[in-house]
Design a protein around this ligand. Structure first.
Ligand code: ADP
Ligand code: MG
Length: 627
């Protein structure tokens, strides 16, 4: 609850609305206690006194009644009727919507067609018809306003309920033998209440206006009792000669409705669960950059990442997801990036093209040189023209990255045309060619399939085809085979291997599987807690892992045909990246830990094997490696 108020308070306008509305409601509640003149006592000798007159702060109306007093009592009445109408409409509408949505089928059909019929009438006409049938009066106006708003709530809530009624937790509740009533009250209702509150907060203002409208026409409150609408109606004839009699109630209606609407918007934003996680601010098109000195390009690599630091700033915590990473790839080369999950591999990969969502992501240091050009902090248009055209991504879960409602062909064509405006037919031919190049059988037919009609391996190939669509020079593959079985994985790996040989592609291959690295990569970089701890040619590292972490990681991999060997698991857990320890982040899990490991920053050291390691007591000692 306090989180809700915090979110609400962050929205300045909503806060202003809340304060104004609070003051108005408080005044309305206190009205009977205030020393006000009787609002209904006429005094024809003192008609149309202007505001700030003796004994009448806001003046008097055409019958000499005190306007301040009438305003306060009128506000009280208008608010009461508006809120009552909103609560009645919300309760009945939600009940109807939940029943229709939950039971579905014929119940749904009958109820919703009835609601549709009500909705087919113009709003105010329907309210007028209801009041005409029931006779004028405030209570009847309330009924009319509530009634015309029921369909709105019913429709809204039905839509939400239909979605919820088929969720697994409702099925689970059915499986434990709960009655429908209990399911509705216990499972469905809590999920729709936020929606009801949101719909109410955004319609109360509207209902107050509608009630005022009916009263203005003389169909609501009856004299001498006045609400804001009837005050306006009575003042109409003196609008020109004595405008203050209209302005006073008019301004009050304006203030109330505006405050309610601002507050309602704020409540909606604060209650929306998707917006709670800080997504209230939309992510920027590229990652935010706040860095000091920019490292100069070291050598002329195709893509070179230097000292990259990416952090997540969440509230007042700083998560150092990537803490100074150096990587390079050359054309035709495959670099493996390996590490436990959470070690910062994905964030590194996404930082290269500025794809880390900001907020909360911030690139706080380093540079990414693509053909000598720094991409960090590059203008959005420049990054956009490189994304997918020069540097393409393949992601882990192809079902999540493909759009479910378009055929894979459409999506491939879109990928092609995003960078090369080609006629559709030509793009389609190219798409078929791409599908063939990733060895999808029957490519000319499969192109019209939807993602759900394909198997996981097929979809992953579509993902690869999409990455190849614009003939990129670098492909960054983020665990593309983790979700696949080994046979499909082997096919995909050999496909990528062929592609890099044929096209001279540079590949950064992210994985947590040493087997995959051995098969595909020329060089490998091992990541731990956001830093590279060991880097070098795959063979050298596989033969003689130098960092204790690498060695342990490899000991976790079972080998076929090696007899029974005890599989090691690395004890402990990686450190949390918002509280990294001093010195080596692996120290707590390392069997060779010494006191020096926990002091200062440990740099990458060159070993004679051609690898580099961030360890003061590597597994392979210098002399041993020299042998
Ligand atoms: P992986 O190596 O498994 O790909 P990631 O690069 O996805 O790991 O994540 C690296 C670290 O960044 C993790 O510790 C994760 O908790 C943190 N992280 C990732 N995204 C966010 C985020 N939006 N907010 C805070 N921390 C994040
Ligand atoms: Mg990842």
């Amino acid at each position: 609850m306090s989180a809700f108020f915090k979110l609400l308070a962050r929205n300045r306008l909503a806060l202003a609305g809340l304060i104004v509305m609070g003051a108005v409601v408080l005044l309305a509640l206190l009205t009977p206690l205030l020393p006000l003149a009787n609002p209904d006592v006429t005094d024809l000798g003192n008609r149309f006194k202007p505001p700030l007159s003796e004994g009448a702060l806001l003046g008097t109306d055409h019958l000499g009644r005190d306007l301040l007093s009438r305003l306060m009592w009128g506000t009280r009445l208008s608010l009461a009727v508006g809120f009552a109408a909103a609560i009645i409409a919300a309760t009945l509408g939600a009940a109807i919507g939940i029943i229709a949505g939950f039971y579905g089928g014929r119940t749904d059909n009958v109820i919703m067609r009835g609601v549709d019929m009500l909705m087919a009438f113009p709003y105010i006409l329907l309210a007028l018809a209801i009041v005409a049938a029931l006779g004028p009066g405030l209570l009847n106006a309330l009924i009319a306003v509530a009634a015309v708003n029921i369909p709105f709530f019913a429709r809204n809530i039905r839509g939400i309920t239909v979605g919820i009624a088929h969720k697994e937790f409702v099925d689970a509740a059915r499986l434990c033998g709960m009655t429908d009533t209990r399911i509705i009250v216990g499972e469905v209702l809590p999920n729709v209440i936020p929606v009801i509150v949101i719909a109410m907060s955004t319609t109360v203002g509207w209902m107050i206006l509608e009630t005022a409208g009916l009263s203005f026409l003389g169909l609501g409150s009856q004299p001498p009792q006045a609400d804001l609408g009837s005050m306006l109606g009575e003042a109409r004839s003196a609008l020109i000669t004595n405008p203050h009699t209209s302005i006073v109630p008019g301004a009050m209606i304006l203030v109330i409705v505006m405050a309610i609407n601002l507050l309602g918007d704020g409540v909606r934003d604060a209650l929306d669960p998707r917006l709670k996680s800080g997504a209230l601010s939309r992510p920027m098109p590229t990652t935010r950059v706040e860095r000091g000195a920019v490292p100069a390009p070291k050598r002329n690599a195709l893509l070179s990442v230097q000292g990259l630091e990416t952090q997540f700033h969440v509230k007042n915590r700083i998560y150092r997801a990537v803490g100074g990473v150096d990587l390079t790839v050359e054309p035709g080369e495959c670099l493996g990036l390996i590490g436990e999950s959470g070690s910062g591999k994905s964030v590194t990969a996404l930082s290269i093209m500025g794809l880390v969502a900001s907020p909360p992501g911030v690139i706080t240091g380093g540079a990414v040189y693509y053909k000598g050009e720094d991409l960090i902090g590059a203008p959005y248009e420049q990054l956009r023209s490189l994304r997918g055209r020069r540097v393409a991504y393949i992601f882990q879960d192809p079902l999540a990255t493909l759009h479910p409602l378009y055929t894979v062909g459409d999506q491939l064509i879109e990928a092609i045309r995003a960078h090369h405006p080609t006629p559709r037919a030509e793009a389609r031919a190219r798409a078929i060619e791409l599908l063939k190049s990733v060895r999808i059988p029957n490519a000319d037919q499969r192109i019209d399939s939807y993602p759900h009609e394909m198997s996981g391996g097929m979809r992953q190939r579509v993902g690869i085809a999409m990455a190849l669509a614009n003939d990129p020079e670098v492909i960054i593959a983020d665990e593309p085979t983790t979700a696949l079985d080994v046979t499909v994985q082997a096919q995909i790996l050999s496909l990528l291997d062929d592609l890099r040989r044929d096209r001279g592609l540079a590949i950064i291959f992210i994985t947590h599987d040493f087997g995959v690295v051995a098969q595909l990569c020329d060089r490998v970089a091992v990541m731990y807690a956001g830093r590279i701890v060991e880097e070098g040619p795959t063979k050298a590292i596989l033969n003689r892992p130098a960092h204790p972490y690498t060695a342990k990681l490899m000991a976790c991999v079972p080998e076929l045909g090696q007899g029974r060997r005890e599989l090691a698991a690395i004890p402990g857990l990686p450190p949390v990246v918002d509280a990294l320890p001093q010195g080596c982040a692996f120290a707590d899990r390392c069997h060779k830990v010494q006191d020096e490991c926990r002091i200062g920053d440990i740099g990458l050291r060159d070993l004679p094997t051609g690898t580099r390691v961030r360890c003061i007591a590597p597994e392979t000692t210098v002399s041993e490696a020299a042998l």
